[in-house]
Design a protein around this ligand. Structure first.
Ligand code: ADP
Ligand code: ZN
Ligand code: ZN
Length: 762
């Protein structure tokens, strides 16, 4: 019986994007099964690579002589049948390499690297389980007592150990060696001796690196009595959980309406019927508060997955899930691939968040992954938001999703009044920086009353930079076509794309003038202004720089929660999910920066952000107030955010999208071509545009090619083409064909990327 394995190899190129046939040697027949990683020899040389077994068959499809599988890396499959099918679908859906999709679904500890060992190539995992020494008693208590009688009287430590053993104080299931050492105040030599003498047996056992383990021991929170609007939402989804229907619900609930409590009770329902639950939260929404909410209700049943964890922690959480030891997963985008079995409900909080879309290959949206898995498991999906994406809201309107509404706050607190400050009339000078009198007065008032404030600086597409006042020279990155960002803490200029760093120039490199000026409103600069304007205020800053280190995010929020600061100043990341009772003022320093972006979603983003951040004020019994500073006070996104009027915003924005021919009325697709030589990149882009024009229908609109908004990045030039279309049955075939033809040119330094429904156009 010749057994053949289908193997997808870890060589991510277009030419190798298919399963290869390998012979399974007789001694590995029992071990080689789909979902396990193997080591194979690939190509003409003697290159050893990792491969994923995706299928087994009796005979080969390949006519030539087969190579043989060399070894098997996994004892148990790391991808189950569902995950294998999901990886295949993901590869097709996102035009990514199959192996790239497989790697995306696995924790990074299971990425492999090739090492030279005894002059031979070996393939090894990058991470591993944490193994520690355990000892277990072997004999019965009388036997230990007997041994005790025969030991020399001056072997005090041995006697001490035997006494503990004879009294049965050492657990039968074993004890960690380090713990035993501490408990009996003996050393490792004594334990080794006991192992030698056959009193104890020594084993290596795995222990988990569990993030948030301290939360598991806290007393569990009890479910709250749901409000009538919560009951309505809960009942609708529960009937689908119990009835195993793969319906999709759009839960539109204003900030503070109690969506989290609904999620928790739905998770409880899934567990009650013996199934599991998957809950996604945007990366920056995965605050310690949110983790505490879920862990507080379900304790150690919960596994947490997000990018802030160490690789070891992620690996262990992933295995706790795969082994069925954790039945609830809360995590960011990539947790959509958590290896849960028998899922009973899938939840996506803040479903409108752009961070659910992965910008690199595979360019997937986590929402699509949830919908796919929901079908597989026959379970409902709940998409929750105060400001749903237009796409989802339009689907609810059409009846594709079931719309659920929670228009009131759970504790009946009114929405805070929102004041729009017209910055065109604010008299700003060097001293006031970016603070209008209104906002400054409001901040001072909070300080007097010992209440707290949250200040948001909208940084999207905006940063502080350095310019010469004499000749207008702006410092730019030598590798990328964008200006460098000023960092006051290190006194350097940094490129946020490629990481290039250089000192702040003392004189202008172009005209040698010394009139260098710092421009823009970075958080650091605002912080300095605050110190001058309100010296007494204790300010906490939260942005990419202050949260880079592990756990920093949580520490800042804890400090603020303990009232050790008066003002929390931060970027977008403070807009999400914070629930502090003493915050009575929210200020938005610059509401406009996102409006100016060349992106048809600019208004939607602005509306969402302002609505979210406004919802942070006055959540408990103290009334809140919001100040939004803007140079566009009459813009509909700002006016409707003031009234927290999502429904009117939806209607108006749909009208705008209709007349502009944008989603959700059209689908969009982006092709990006890059090359180190600008001319080459441009020529290739025009060739591709011509090809599309010829193949697609007359209704399809082809925009571009245009230079990327950042035309040069990491030494490569970018050109993009955007296709808007309604129905293009030929699109997939055309794109596949384009991939085939460009694969040859990829050897000449071209890169091409496809992005279905891109969320960012800059
Ligand atoms: P959302 O996520 O919809 O913005 P939250 O889930 O943060 O809202 O809830 C807002 C506040 O209301 C929280 O402090 C929460 O504890 C409280 N809350 C939610 N549901 C109830 C309820 N049924 N009874 C009492 N308080 C509730
Ligand atoms: Zn750069
Ligand atoms: Zn100059």
């Amino acid at each position: 019986m010749a057994v053949v394995a289908k193997v997808v190899v870890d060589v991510p190129t277009m030419q190798t994007n298919q399963p290869y046939d390998y012979a399974v040697p007789a001694e590995l027949v029992d071990q080689v099964v789909p979902g396990k990683r193997v080591v194979v020899n690939f190509g003409n040389g003697s290159r050893r690579v990792m491969g994923m077994v995706v299928g087994l068959q009796e005979s080969a499809d390949f006519a030539g002589e087969l190579k043989t599988i060399e070894s098997v890396l996994d004892k148990k499959p790391v991808l189950n049948q569902e995950m294998l099918e999901l990886s295949r679908w993901l590869a097709d859906d996102s035009y990514a390499f199959w192996i790239t999709c497989i790697q995306t679904m696995l924790p990074s500890a299971l990425r492999t690297e090739t090492k030279m060992l005894n002059k031979k190539q070996t393939v090894v995992d990058k991470g591993r389980a944490q193994m520690v020494d355990f000892v277990t008693p072997i004999l019965d208590q009388p036997a230990y007592a007997d041994a005790q009688a025969h030991v020399r009287k001056n072997a005090l430590r041995q006697l001490h150990l035997l006494q503990a053993l004879s009294q049965g104080t050492i657990p039968e299931e074993g004890i960690r060696v380090t713990q035993l050492e501490k408990q009996l105040e003996i050393d490792r030599t004594t334990i080794n001796k006991a192992v030698q003498l056959g009193w104890l047996s020594l084993q290596q056992r795995e222990i988990y690196r569990t993030p948030y383990a301290s939360l598991d021991d806290l007393e569990r929170t009890q479910p709250l009595t749901l409000t009538p609007q919560q009951v309505q939402a809960y009942d609708a989804v529960t009937s689908s959980i119990d009835g195993k229907e793969d319906k999709t619900f759009l839960l539109e609930g204003v900030t503070g309406s109690g969506k989290t409590e609904v999620y928790l009770q739905l998770i409880a329902e899934a567990l009650k019927i013996g199934r599991t639950a998957l809950m996604l939260v945007p990366e920056i929404g995965l605050t310690p508060q949110m983790v505490a909410n879920v862990k507080g209700r379900f304790g150690s049943k919960v596994a947490v997955l997000h990018s802030g964890l160490g690789n070891g922690e992620k690996f262990d959480e992933w295995r706790r899930i795969a082994r069925g030891e954790a039945q609830v997963v809360v995590g960011a985008r990539s947790a959509a691939f958590a290896p849960l079995r028998n899922i009973g409900v899938l939840i996506m909080d803040e479903e409108h968040e752009a961070s659910y879309k992965q910008e690199d290959s595979p360019r997937y949206h986590a929402r699509d992954v949830l919908l796919w898995r929901a079908k597989y498991h026959n379970a409902p999906v709940v998409l929750g938001s105060a400001t749903p994406s237009l796409e989802s809201r339009a689907r609810a309107e059409k009846g594709v999703y079931v719309g659920l509404r929670m228009p009131e706050r759970a504790n009946n607190q009114p929405m805070p009044p929102v004041h729009i400050v017209d910055m065109r009339e604010a008299e700003l000078d060097d001293q006031s920086g970016d603070f209008s009198v209104d906002l400054l007065d409001a901040l001072k008032k909070r300080l007097e009353r010992h209440e707290q404030s949250v200040l948001m600086l909208n940084r999207r597409g905006f940063s502080s930079f350095v310019m010469c006042r004499e000749c207008g020279y702006v410092a730019k990155c030598p590798n990328c076509d964008i200006s460098l960002t000023l960092h006051l803490d290190t006194h350097t200029l940094r490129c946020h794309y490629c990481g290039h760093e250089e000192p702040v120039p003392r004189e202008c490199p172009s005209c040698h003038s010394r009139k260098i000026r710092y421009f823009g409103t970075g958080t650091e600069k605002v912080e300095q202004t605050l110190h001058t304007l309100i010296p007494k205020a204790r300010v906490l800053r939260m942005d990419v720089d202050t949260t880079r280190r592990k756990g920093a995010h949580g520490r800042i929020l804890k400090t603020f929660g303990n009232h050790e600061a008066d003002i929390l100043l931060g970027t977008q990341m403070i807009a999400k999910g914070l629930d502090f009772p003493d915050v009575t003022l929210v200020g938005v320093i610059n509401a406009d920066t996102a409006l100016g972006l060349p992106d048809f979603r600019a208004s939607e983003r602005t509306f969402q952000l302002l609505t979210q951040v406004s919802g942070r004020a006055g959540r408990a019994d103290k009334a809140g107030e919001v100040f939004i500073q803007t140079y566009n006070p009459d813009h509909y996104a700002i006016q409707l955010a003031k009234h927290q009027d999502y429904e009117r915003f939806f209607a108006y924005e749909m009208h705008m999208r209709h007349s502009g021919g944008y989603p959700p009325y059209y689908f969009t697709f982006r092709l990006t071509v890059s090359h180190e030589d600008e001319d080459q990149a441009a020529k290739a882009a025009f060739r591709l545009a011509d090809m599309l024009q010829a193949k697609l229908s007359k209704q399809a609109v082809i925009l571009g090619p245009t230079r990327g908004a950042i035309a040069r990045l990491k030494r490569r030039y970018y050109y993009q083409i955007v296709v808007k279309y309604k129905r293009e049955p030929n699109l997939t075939a055309t794109l596949q064909e384009m991939l085939q033809t460009t694969q040859k040119s990829s050897r000449n330094g071209f890169q091409i990327a496809f992005d279905r429904e891109p969320l960012s156009f800059v």
